[in-house]
Design a protein around this ligand. Structure first.
Ligand code: C2O
Ligand code: CU
Ligand code: CU
Length: 533
C-alpha cells in the first residue's frame, strides 16, 4: 500500500497541503478578490433568516473507539423560523438548513480552518458573488457575509466547500473532511401535496470513507500512487450514511419519502430495494417530477439527489427492507484489487488506464452490492397518505426548437494531466469566447464524453432539462438514469453524448461548469463561463 494522507496529520499542522503532483493541477491565478466588508449579493436592511456558519476543525465519534479528526460546519440561527437548522443525529456533517421559497437569507461565514475555504450552495439560483466560487475565497480567520433570496422551487440541495488553492482544488479534501450539509427548500406547491414529512421523511447522505485502525480519516496521497487514484477519483473502503456506518432504522407500516444525496467524492451508486420492488422516483435535483416514475433501480452520481417514495403499509411488524447499492458493470471505475481494472462493458481496453484498479485497495469495489440503510417495520399503523398521481405542477420543460443554439463540449483525457473540457482545464476566471452566453438566452449544451470514464457534469446557478442521450456504454445502468424533471448534475457515461436545455435567467456574471467527481474537478476538469447581461 502506498502512503496515504491522513486527516489527523494534516488538521494539526496549521498549514497543510496533501497536494498532488503539479502536473495534474493548475493554479487559480486571476480573479481572486479579497473578502470585502458588507454583504455580497443581496444587500438589504431586513432578512427573513440570518445564520452564522463556521467552518472549523473538530473531532467526531464516527466509528467505535477513538474520535476522528474532521473539519465541519457549525451553525447558529440568529433570526428566522425555529426549524431552519437541524442537526443530523451523531453526525459530523453540517446541519440541515431548511429554507422557504421567497425568503431572504443572510449568512455570515467564518473560516476557522488553516486554509482558504468557500461555501457553495449547490443547485441554487443565486448571484455569482454568493455562489461560493473559488474566485472568492475566505482566508483563514476571516468572515464573509452573503445574502440571497430563495428563488428555487422546493427541492433537496446541499452546500459544500468549493476551495481551490494555488496548487489545485481542495473540494475533494475539504468535503471529505466533513464540509458538506443538506439544504432543503420548501414551497406552497409542495406543501399542498402533503407528502410524508417529519419522521416520515428520511434524509440520506451517501459517502464512502477510509479510516486507519486508529480511526483517522484517510484521503488520497500526493505521490504517484495518489495520481492514479486521482484519475479515477477517491473510493473509500466503507460506507457512511449521514456520517455514520449504515444502520437499521425503525419505521412504521406506512409510506415514506426517502431523499438521497450522493455526497461522495467519486462513487456512483445503483440504488435498489433488497426485495426487488421497483424504485418509485418522485423527484430529482431540482425538485418534484411531474408524476411518479417506476424504475427497477436508479443511478445516483456524485452531487445528484433523488426523491423516492416507498410504501411499507403492507409490511408486518418485524419485516425489513434494505436500500442497497446493487451490482453493476463499473468498467474502469472499479476499485477492487481482484478486479484489476480490466475493462468491461465495451469501455476502453488497456492503455495507461488499464492498471488503475490494480493500483487501488478499495474493499468496497464500485459496482459491488452493499447495504446503505435497513428499514425495520417496528409498528403497525393505519396507512396514511396516498402517492399523488400528479406532483410538480410547475413548468417542467424549457422550450427548445431547431433554432436553439447548440454549444458543444468535449470531455477528453489529456495524457498524464487528467481530464479536460474542450481541451481546456481550470485557469482561474479566464473565460474563452465559446464560454460566453447571453442573459435571457436558451441554449442546448451538448457534452460528448470522449473518455472511458463516466463524468457527472454539473452546472452552477441553474437547473436544466436532460433532452436526450446517444451512444456510449450504459447497458447495466440505462434503466436507472432519471432524465425527466430538473437537474443540476447529469451523469455522462463513457463515450456517451448528452444534451441539456438551459436558460440563463436573472443574474449575469461568472458561473462554473465542471465534473463533480471531486478529484476530477480539483485536478482541473472545471471551467468558468460568463453570462453577459
Ligand atoms: Cu457541488 Cu461546483 O459544485
Ligand atoms: Cu454547484
Ligand atoms: Cu470526471
Amino acid at each position: 500500500l502506498h502512503r496515504r494522507t491522513v486527516l489527523k496529520a494534516m488538521a494539526g499542522t496549521g498549514f497543510l497541503l496533501a497536494l498532488s503532483p503539479g502536473f495534474l493541477l493548475t493554479g487559480c491565478d486571476d480573479g481572486v478578490i479579497a473578502t470585502e466588508p458588507g454583504t455580497l449579493g443581496l444587500d438589504s436592511e431586513e432578512y427573513d433568516v440570518e445564520l452564522d456558519l463556521r467552518a472549523t476543525p473538530d473531532s467526531a465519534s464516527i466509528l467505535p473507539g477513538a474520535p476522528s479528526e474532521v473539519w465541519r460546519y457549525r451553525a447558529k440561527l440568529l433570526k428566522g423560523p425555529g426549524d431552519t437548522l437541524s442537526e443530523i443525529p451523531d453526525s459530523y456533517l453540517g446541519p440541515t438548513i431548511r429554507l422557504r421559497r421567497g425568503q431572504t437569507v443572510k449568512i455570515q461565514i467564518h473560516n476557522e480552518l488553516p486554509e482558504d475555504t468557500t461555501v457553495h450552495w449547490h443547485g441554487l439560483h443565486v448571484p455569482s458573488d454568493v455562489d461560493g466560487q473559488p474566485r472568492l475565497p475566505i482566508p483563514p480567520g476571516e468572515t464573509m457575509t452573503v445574502g440571497f433570496e430563495v428563488l428555487d422551487r422546493a427541492g433537496l440541495f446541499w452546500y459544500h466547500s468549493h476551495a481551490h488553492g494555488e496548487q489545485g482544488g481542495r473540494v475533494g479534501f475539504q468535503s471529505y473532511a466533513g464540509l458538506a450539509g443538506l439544504l432543503i427548500i420548501e414551497d406552497d406547491e409542495e406543501r399542498d401535496l402533503e407528502l410524508p414529512s417529519g419522521d416520515n421523511e428520511l434524509l440520506l447522505v451517501l459517502q464512502d470513507r477510509t479510516f486507519t485502525g486508529a480511526n483517522e480519516l484517510v484521503y488520497l496521497d500526493g505521490g504517484m500512487g495518489g495520481m492514479m487514484e486521482r484519475m479515477r477519483g477517491f473510493l473509500g473502503d466503507r460506507m457512511l450514511v449521514n456520517g455514520v456506518p449504515p444502520a437499521t432504522r425503525k419505521v412504521a407500516s406506512r409510506p415514506y419519502r426517502v431523499r438521497v444525496l450522493n455526497g461522495s467524492n467519486a462513487r456512483i451508486y445503483k440504488l435498489a430495494w433488497s426485495d426487488g420492488r421497483p424504485v418509485t422516483v418522485i423527484g430529482a435535483d431540482g425538485g418534484l417530477l411531474r408524476e411518479p416514475e417506476e424504475r427497477p433501480y436508479v443511478m445516483l452520481a456524485p452531487a445528484q439527489r433523488l426523491d423516492i417514495w416507498v410504501d411499507l403499509s403492507e409490511s408486518e411488524p418485524g419485516r425489513s427492507l434494505e436500500l442497497i447499492s446493487d451490482h453493476y458493470d463499473a468498467g474502469m471505475m472499479r476499485g477492487g484489487m481482484m478486479d484489476g481494472g480490466m475493462m468491461g462493458g465495451g469501455m476502453m481496453g488497456g492503455g495507461m488506464m488499464g492498471g488503475m484498479g490494480m493500483m487501488s485497495s478499495s474493499a468496497l469495489p464500485v459496482g459491488s452490492r452493499f447495504t446503505l440503510t435497513r428499514l425495520e417495520v417496528a409498528e403497525s399503523v393505519e396507512a396514511s397518505g396516498q402517492l399523488p398521481a400528479q406532483l410538480g405542477l410547475h413548468r417542467q420543460k424549457i422550450p427548445v426548437n431547431t433554432a436553439t443554439r447548440v454549444r458543444p463540449f468535449e470531455l477528453s483525457m489529456v495524457m498524464m494531466r487528467g481530464f479536460a473540457i474542450n481541451g481546456r482545464r481550470f485557469e482561474g476566471t479566464s473565460v474563452a469566447d465559446d464560454e460566453k452566453v447571453r442573459l435571457g438566452d436558451t441554449e442546448i449544451w451538448e457534452f460528448r464524453n470522449n473518455t472511458p470514464m463516466p463524468h457527472p457534469i454539473h452546472i452552477h446557478g441553474l437547473q436544466f432539462n436532460v433532452l436526450g442521450r446517444r451512444g456510449g456504454s450504459r447497458d447495466s445502468v440505462r434503466q436507472g438514469l432519471v432524465d425527466s424533471g430538473w437537474h443540476d448534475t447529469v451523469l455522462v457515461m463513457p463515450r456517451e453524448t448528452v444534451q441539456l436545455a438551459m436558460k440563463f435567467e436573472r443574474f449575469d456574471g461568472l458561473y462554473m461548469y465542471h465534473c463533480h467527481n471531486m478529484e476530477h474537478e480539483d485536478a482541473g476538469m472545471m471551467r468558468y463561463f460568463r453570462i453577459e447581461g
